[in-house]
Design a protein around this ligand. Structure first.
Ligand SMILES: Cc1cc2nc3c(=O)[nH]c(=O)nc-3n(C[C@H](O)[C@H](O)[C@H](O)COP(=O)(O)OP(=O)(O)OC[C@H]3O[C@@H](n4cnc5c(N)ncnc54)[C@H](O)[C@@H]3O)c2cc1C
Length: 452
């Protein structure tokens, strides 16, 4: 098949779908995006109200992939990448009724109450411990083996609440934190491996992926608008409420009455069965074993902040502390123009994989919890926010757990059986925004390679 004979449908206009379509179009392919909602962006949505600019989905990403940095370079005329200011370097962990700064280097790393003396000494032996042999080891098993229980309780558990709203006892390292897994496998140690990687990188050309915290000036929806502008409104069909895709022949699909040679799905696994009724049930059952964390995000704005000093990225809460929040993010402190001067913008996260029942709580109950937790944790005498918005996500974050290997195999089998079909999105290849940009770019690169 020649390049000009291809007609590609991308399902879903979230970050993955839009990045895929953007590069496909840039590489000269004919592409049409289909989206269920009446707007693009998926979970990325920015709101502007009462002098605050706030996100209802992701707030920030980590620039961990070259492809993400390159996408921002490619879109530089239409949106401006914003890196967090220095305040974001301060990260807090809640322990025994107060916040403690997370310090992994210097004197504070020795004096911190977050880790036991036993584990602080034990970490010195980390480079000498043998690498694991179980490819499906969970993050909790791996951290206990290499670092100790207090690191799991007060560093890794809250970190995973922040990233996955997940549980270290069920997330499998190879899929959920692949960079960490391969650090151990390739170098035998996290500490030794990080040092060796740093040294090796000094000899290579500078990398664009710098792991800094990023957003977009004046809100993440400006990235979405930039992608939409470059793809072209005419190539994005919104409001496709009842889409059902048919496999009408060898490498032939019908989407909304139009014929396509290729379909790239970027929707969540829970939406696949209705969308692709021709996919065999037993493979879908395997894919659908993957759970999603349900998350509630409460955004609070204060015109005049009277709580504790908030020059920080935010704080995370170990699940062993038994609080009702996963963490509190402070975007007004490290991003420009998000809150009035002397004001504060807080994003409070609740629920997650360990507390799914919270998703059902009424607005009143959520407000009560937000007030109780924020008053105590952020040192407020009175609670009179100038902005309070609640956002709920039934399928916020996919959990790369024990079924991951089987799921990836099932996806690969389906893609082999149905030529022209790609099953992508955040059910595989990483959940972060940078991972999503990488996946979209990689898919488009593969098309460019296959159809020169
Ligand atoms: C509350 C929350 C906080 C997060 N925080 C962070 C963070 O701090 N940092 C970070 O890097 N990542 C974060 N993430 C994760 C990150 O935002 C997502 O992984 C990423 O944005 C997902 O993009 P996507 O395009 O793969 O999926 P989505 O954004 O879910 O897009 C999928 C699209 O497909 C559409 N769709 C679904 N079904 C159909 C159908 N049948 N027909 C047509 N269209 C359909 C949907 O409407 C949607 O627009 C967060 C996610 C959530 C929910």
């Amino acid at each position: 098949m020649q390049k000009n004979q291809l007609n590609i449908a991308v399902i879903g206009a979230g970050l993955t779908g839009l990045t895929t379509a953007y590069y496909l179009k840039k590489f000269g392919f004919k592409v049409q995006v289909f989206e269920k909602n009446n707007h693009a962006g998926g979970v990325i949505q920015t709101h502007r109200k009462n002098g605050f600019v706030f996100e209802s989905g992701p707030n920030t990403g980590s620039m961990g992939q070259e492809e993400a940095a390159e996408l921002f370079e490619d879109l530089a005329d239409d949106c401006t990448l914003e890196y967090a200011n220095k305040s974001a370097e301060a990260r807090w962990i809640w322990l025994n009724g107060k916040w403690h700064e997370m310090e992994m280097g210097g004197v504070k790393a020795i004096t911190t109450p977050l880790f036991t003396w036993h584990d602080k000494f034990r970490i010195l032996g980390e480079p000498f411990r043998k690498p694991g042999t179980d490819p499906n080891e969970t993050i909790a098993q791996m951290v206990r083996r290499r670092m100790g229980k207090s690191f799991l309780r007060n560093a890794i558990d809250p970190f995973l609440s922040g990233v996955y709203a997940g549980d270290p006892e069920t997330l499998v390292t190879r899929f959920a934190l692949p960079k960490l897994y391969w650090l151990e496998q390739d170098y035998g140690s996290f500490i030794g491996g990080s040092i060796k990687q740093k040294k090796a990188r000094k000899k290579e050309p500078p990398r664009k992926a710098n792991r800094q915290v990023f957003s977009v000036e004046n809100g993440l929806d400006n990235l979405i608008k930039a992608l939409v502008k470059n793809i072209g409104d005419e190539n994005i069909k919104l409001d496709c409420k009842q889409l059902e895709i048919k496999n009408t022949g060898d490498q032939e699909f019908s989407v909304d009455g139009e014929s396509f040679t290729h379909v790239i799905s970027t929707v969540g696994s829970h939406a696949l069965e209705n969308l692709f009724p021709f996919l065999p049930k037993e493979k879908m059952q395997t894919i659908n074993k993957m759970k999603y964390a349900k998350v509630t995000q409460v955004v609070l704005g204060f015109n005049n902040w009277k709580g504790i000093p908030i020059k920080a990225f935010g704080g995370l809460v170990p699940s062993a502390e038994k609080r009702d929040v996963l963490g509190i993010l402070l975007p007004g402190s490290f991003l420009k123009n998000r809150a009035p001067e002397n004001g504060a913008l807080l994003s409070v996260f609740m629920g997650g994989i360990k507390k799914p029942e919270m998703f059902e709580y009424s607005d009143e109950k959520i407000k009560e919890i937000a007030e109780r937790e924020v008053r105590e944790m952020m040192g407020l005498d009175s609670f009179e926010p100038d902005l309070m918005e609640i956002f709920r996500y039934p399928h916020a974050i996919p959990q790369y757990s024990f079924e991951s290997e089987e799921k990836v195999q099932a996806i690969s089998d389906l893609e082999t059986e149905f030529k022209g079909l790609t099953l992508a999105g955040n059910m595989r290849d990483g959940i972060g925004m940078a991972d999503r940009m990488k996946q979209g770019r990689t898919i488009a690169n593969q098309f460019a390679e296959d159809y020169k």
